[in-house]
Design a protein around this ligand. Structure first.
Ligand code: NAI
Ligand code: MG
Length: 359
């Protein structure tokens, strides 16, 4: 029995629908296991711009800072597309990530047996795929100085790959901790045959390995890893890498499962964490009650596991999702011949019912 404070930011487009659906499942888990999930709502994104003239009101930020975890739907939509970049809904999200010092982005790549035909990979290869990419978020080419486009006769441009020891160490540690509650295998990805930053990265992984003797470690060059993800995806458990390589590899990993509506994510720091589906606000289907809530429901499952240490509760949700898919229920985005199409709320109710049966 525990009390957990969750900041709920529904956001724009399908955000409110999918978040409400995921809360049905969370509440059921709370009732069954005797946990008290205290939910407090805040405005973010387009809706916050409309009501408070800023994508990230101070109240929302305070709410997130006080909460044990943040659950977010999605932000943005055509209504706000013409605003200048620094006033757009997405700015709200960037602001939260920064204020909460979220330095590790977790993107799972999982292939569900019931949806295996949606994977672009051959069945035999896709089968059993279940890994997580842990991408560092605060360093690398994205923030390194000097940067810019210059002229000295001809034009030239500079970006600087920059990492400090502590930036690398904290994300590597996080990845080891995640591997520990999974299948205890860590793949560290770098380009240490060419880059000094990568040589330091590899050194620190080797040092940290001493603290996690129960975790198997492999090192791969990023170009090789990109190939291995396609050739043997089911052999990976946790992949940890820098911001730039992680950007690319996490998108590569995302397509393996074959459906955007199924992909959860987490962004973790030392004191805070934010959970959200990978997809956006899907304005084309907003308000129709047909959005797939599974990515958000699985984000809730990640929250239970990584923020609250509730591994049993988390895995019950994952199993319930799997069973509902096995039973043939689908939202329109993942439907195929012979399946039963259901709406957003119905999908969440079906998953809640399976949660109940599993307990
Ligand atoms: P999107 O992910 O919202 O939609 C892409 C396509 O996938 C659409 O056809 C949509 O209907 C479908 N889709 C997405 N999620 C779905 C779900 N749960 N169930 C069923 N179908 C789903 O990406 P798009 O269209 O590029 O962006 C739309 C808006 O979302 C933009 O304003 C964009 O800036 C914003 N966005 C926000 C993100 C966030 O809040 N983290 C991330 C990505 C985009
Ligand atoms: Mg990307």
């Amino acid at each position: 029995m525990g009390v957990y404070k969750i900041a709920v930011l529904k956001g724009d487009g399908i955000g409110p629908e999918i978040v409400e659906a995921s809360l049905l499942v969370l509440k059921r888990v709370g009732e069954i296991f005797g946990h008290d999930f205290v939910l407090e709502e805040g405005l973010i994104g387009g809706k916050a711009i409309d009501e408070k003239c800023t994508p990230l009101p101070q109240e929302t930020l305070d709410l997130c800072l006080k909460a044990d975890a943040v659950l977010l739907g999605a932000v943005g939509g055509p209504k706000w597309d013409n605003l200048p970049t620094d006033k757009r809904p997405e700015k709200g999200l960037l602001g939260i990530r920064k204020a909460l010092d979220l330095y590790a982005n977790l993107r799972p790549a999982k292939v569900y047996t019931a949806l295996i035909d949606a994977s672009p990979l051959k069945k035999e290869i896709a089968q059993g795929t279940d890994f997580i990419v842990v991408r560092e978020l605060t360093g690398d080419l994205y923030y390194g100085e000097p940067r810019g486009i210059f002229r000295n006769g001809e034009r030239y441009a500079i970006n600087t790959m920059h990492y400090t020891e502590s930036q690398i160490r904290r994300v590597v540690r996080k990845a080891f901790e995640i591997a520990r509650v999974r299948r205890k295998k860590l793949t560290s990805v770098d380009k240490s045959n060419v880059l000094e930053v990568s040589a330091l990265w590899r050194e620190i992984v080797e040092e940290e390995k001493q603290n996690f003797p129960d975790v198997d470690v492999e090192h791969l060059y990023v170009d090789n890893c990109a190939m291995q993800i396609i050739k043997r995806p089911s052999t990976f458990d946790v992949i940890v890498t820098g911001n730039m390589f992680g950007d690319i590899l996490s998108d590569e990993a995302a397509v393996i499962s074959g459906s955007l509506g199924m992909l959860p994510s987490a962004s973790l720091g030392d004191k805070h964490a934010l959970y959200e589906p990978v997809h956006g606000s899907a304005p084309d289907i907003a308000g129709k009650g047909i959005a797939n809530p599974i990515a958000t429901i699985l984000s809730v499952a990640m929250m239970l596991k990584y923020s609250f240490g509730l591994e049993k509760e988390s895995s019950v949700i994952e199993q319930a999702v799997e069973r509902v898919l096995q039973m043939g229920y689908r939202t329109p985005d993942i439907s195929s011949e012979g399946t039963t199409v259901v709406g957003t709320t119905e999908m969440a109710q079906l998953i809640s019912k399976e949660v109940e049966k599993l307990c």
